[in-house]
Design a protein around this ligand. Structure first.
Ligand SMILES: [Zn+2]
Length: 305
């Protein structure tokens, strides 16, 4: 029994971590090293703790009421389906999308780990969607690409600047010990690297794969899916995916600030980039870590920011 892990992920005292429970009624991801009650690599739904409830009471109630739920695709518009990531920000798990096509679907982002990719594959099958022929990286960050090695037979598509970045990432000696060392050397890596340690239970089947089909400014896949490089402060290879027949633009993380360990105090959302993208040609705008927004909602959010 790993009560320390249960405490960290499922049963932490309400008084010390109220924000951690914000999403408790939706779903929670078990840690990579889990206890008998909470096997690793599964999703759970659970009730929110009551204000002031004692830790042991919360834990007991979770154990009685917790149910396993799997990630699933939901239809957004036209050919586009979304499988959201873990809503817990500490999980650092990006959502993915698929443009369904009988000639071969287009997967947008790979999942944060091989295990996550396999869950997405199960969700794809459960939804009855055609298997992917292309896997597009919105950018090279780990929570978007570390699942790629579990997508056999796809052509990986990304911006040309992703290739050297991912080659360098692939050459690092990834392991839980390495992650620990890196956090000790640079504590600002902690949230990201601890999330990686939780996401990858075994490194035996793990590899980081650079794209094999690259482009400079624009590309269009044979099934009518457009790719447009936008770059920006979050990642130099940031790409938006355009599905004009469905009225959907997939934004990845393109307008977010730089990753936490590189962020400067003055860094914020790239609202200039958002405003340039909201040109009215698309009805839906989907970022990787949030609910999809309509054009009107996106414009309001950009004005309010
Ligand atoms: Zn990112």
């Amino acid at each position: 029994m790993r009560d320390d892990l249960c405490s960290a992920y499922l049963c932490a005292p309400v008084t010390s971590a109220p924000v951690a429970y914000r999403y408790a009624e939706q779903r929670l991801r078990a840690p990579a090293l889990a206890c008998a009650d909470h096997p690793a690599g599964r999703w759970y739904s659970a009730p929110s703790p009551r204000i002031g409830e004692r830790h042991d009471s919360v834990r007991a109630r979770y154990r009685r009421s917790i149910t396993i739920v799997a990630p699933q695709f939901s239809h957004l518009a036209g050919r586009v389906w979304l499988c959201p990531g873990d809503p817990d920000p500490e999980a650092v798990q990006a959502g993915v999308a698929v443009v369904a096509d009988e000639r071969g679907s287009v997967m947008i982002d790979a999942g944060q780990s091989p295990a996550h990719a396999r869950e997405i594959q199960a969700a794809l099958t459960a939804a009855g969607l055609p298997q992917p022929r292309w896997l597009v990286y919105t950018h090279h960050h780990w929570d978007h690409v570390w699942g790629a090695c579990a997508w056999p037979g796809v052509e990986i598509v990304g911006h040309e600047t992703a290739v050297p970045l991912l080659r360098a990432e692939a050459a690092r000696p990834w392991s839980h010990d390495y992650l620990d060392e890196q956090i000790r050397a640079n504590p600002r890596l902690g949230p990201s690297f601890r999330a990686r340690a939780r996401a990858v239970g075994s490194w035996a089947d793990f590899a980081i794969l650079p794209p094999t089909r690259v482009f400079a400014d624009l590309d269009e896949l044979p099934v009518g899916v457009g790719l447009r490089h936008v770059g920006g402060g979050h990642a130099p290879d940031s790409t938006v995916v355009l599905v004009p027949d469905s009225g959907v633009m997939l934004l990845g993380d393109c307008f977010y600030p730089p990753p936490a360990h590189l962020r400067q105090p003055e860094d914020g959302l790239d609202l200039g980039l958002v405003r340039r993208l909201l040109d009215g040609a698309y009805h839906w705008y989907v970022s990787s870590h949030a609910e999809p927004m309509t054009l009107e909602q996106a414009r309001s959010a950009a004005e309010a920011a």
